[in-house]
Design a protein around this ligand. Structure first.
Ligand code: DP6
Length: 327
């Protein structure tokens, strides 16, 4: 049996967003989503069997508080239950994000932890099954099990067994993503709270669900035809529709900051220069841009000239979550 395993998972950025749960316990989404896995942003997590009956959690070298440990323990319990294992676990996690980007994500964190536990307990879950487990740590983690373009099918079953990820395409056709950090501080409204408020109060929410379903179909067509322009246009429109739902909530809220608006405007200008690039945003003010890999340096240069204090980070396409070492 194994005693110590290290896994790596890359973060992902949704092109068709996950926004809203139909079941908050099981993390079942209201709509299917589709993402691109990024190679520049990832989490390495080591799990080891320890003595005693309480789990330990060290994040970026810092011992975590009981509240954080409890979240992790609950997640580990999902794996302990199937494994019939009692042992306490020490979790040591390191987020690798380019200096000062502050864009650590729960997606890579839970995908790395789940991948490591699957190996430690020798559960032998295939990747799709594993994705249904990591989903219960954070919804977006479902998609970080795979590299490339990944779909998280919402599923229809009430036990969540069909709410899983699948790889759609390797994204090995000149694809890159840029991140323009606007504000890397902690956000006031978490995505969990934001989506809940939107589902419960925004009259725009039913329209979002309908649109997301349509956007998913067309983006999959664009991917299969390797039609970058169409892929970008759908991505940009879908992200904006998600942000639109929040303005309809009670109370209304938005993640946008003044600089966000300036960045979006600059992206449109750069596009006007004949460099196809399309933006999307998550539950925060930072902007992500999908572009063609061979134009990434040029677009970064244009953005850095305009926003010298917010240097753009270029990322290529990330691979599947994987085991780094096991003993
Ligand atoms: C806007 O996965 O962070 O980034 O499931 O509650 O942990 P929980 O939420 P989370 O939400 C991500 C929302 C999003 C869109 C996306 O990644 O699809």
């Amino acid at each position: 049996t194994k005693t110590r395993v290290t896994a790596r998972a890359h973060t992902n950025i949704a092109l068709i967003k996950y926004w809203g749960k139909r079941d908050t316990e099981l993390f079942l989404p209201m709509n299917s989503s589709l993402s691109l896995t990024l190679d520049e942003f990832y989490t390495d997590t080591t799990v080891s069997l320890i003595e005693g009956n309480s789990d330990q959690f060290v994040l970026n070298g810092e011992l975590q508080e009981i509240k954080e440990i409890n979240k992790i323990s609950q997640f580990i319990d999902l794996f302990r239950k199937v494994a019939g294992h009692q042992s306490a676990i020490k979790v040591e996690s390191t987020n690798h994000v380019p200096t000062a980007a502050g864009l650590a994500s729960s997606a890579s964190a839970f995908a790395a932890l789940g991948t490591a536990l699957n190996e430690l307990f020798e559960l032998n879950f295939d990747q799709t099954t594993l994705s249904t487990f990591v989903r219960q740590g954070s919804g977006s983690a479902t998609r970080s099990i795979f590299g490339g373009f990944v779909e998280w099918q919402m599923g229809t079953k009430s036990d969540g067994s069909d709410s899983c990820a699948n790889k759609i395409d390797n994204a090995d056709w000149n694809i890159a993503m840029l991140t323009i950090p606007v504000n890397t501080g902690k956000k006031e409204i978490s995505s969990r709270e934001g989506m809940k408020l939107t589902v419960e109060t925004s009259p725009f929410y039913p329209a979002w669900v309908e649109q997301a379903g349509k956007d998913l179909i067309t983006i999959k067509e664009a991917i299969s035809q390797r039609d970058f322009i169409r892929l970008g246009e759908i991505t940009e429109a879908n992200g904006m529709k998600m942000h639109g739902t929040m303005l309809g909530a009670t109370p209304p809220f938005s993640y946008w900051e003044p600089l966000t608006v300036k960045v979006l405007q600059r992206i449109r200008e750069i596009r006007g220069l004949g460099l196809p690039c399309y933006y999307t945003m998550d539950a925060g003010p930072n902007v992500k841009v999908i572009c063609q890999a061979n134009q990434a340096d040029q677009i970064k240069q244009l953005l850095d000239d305009t926003f010298p204090n917010n240097p753009t980070i270029i990322s290529g396409v990330g691979r599947d979550a994987y085991i780094l070492s096991a003993e």
